[in-house]
Design a protein. Sequence first.
Length: 247
Amino acid sequence: MFRSLADPTRRSLLDELFREDGQTLSALEERFAMTRFGVMKHLNQLEEAGLVVTKRQGREKLHYLNPVPIRLVHDRWVSKYAEPWAAALTGLKHRLESPMEKVFEIYIRTTPERLWEAITDSEIRSKYTFGARISSDWTPGSRFEMGAPNAPGLLGEGENLEIDPPRRLVQSMVALWSDDVKSEGTSRVTWEIEPIGDSCRLTVTHDELRDGANAELYGGWPMILSGLKTWLETGELLTTPGSLMYG
């Protein structure tokens, strides 16, 4: 990851995805004085480093900025020494103003079954969502609710649209933790689990967001996924300050 960030062209590509997420290779190529192959090579290196995630949409391949690796560096090394300025690293993702779809990817050394349990079990979930719990009977079409002991009401609610354990969970969601996000209406969250060797690749896609949606609605995902990885791999809780999502 550090080698990828050391190159100014690759940093500029991340800046372009910061400016407008979900771009095609052709759109990015227009902004750089280099060949299509050159841009593609830099994008491949960023993807290998986990800083860019790609997703097919019809015949096009879209590129998304993935802040989770930067969040993990922050949680493991930086926060204990320089929390004030380190917040700018995750701000790269959080301050996007016109999202339609946000994609987050992380690798966790665990089994698909254990990861599924961590996503759907209320007690485990509270370990990495800073006390927030989720309740549901986890059947297709069923309702789920999110709450916390110190919260005056629900933090969120929605419907389980697709349930395919331990591979895929699709949920509609209405955020209720602040007046600002209540007005955003319904969005959708998709959890996809893919076993790879002794680990799993977890991809979380938060979409059906309106243009200019409040970043508070999706900005907490890097910290939540970092906490999920930390808990599953070490059994420990993150010691960083409270959740960006429920703050």
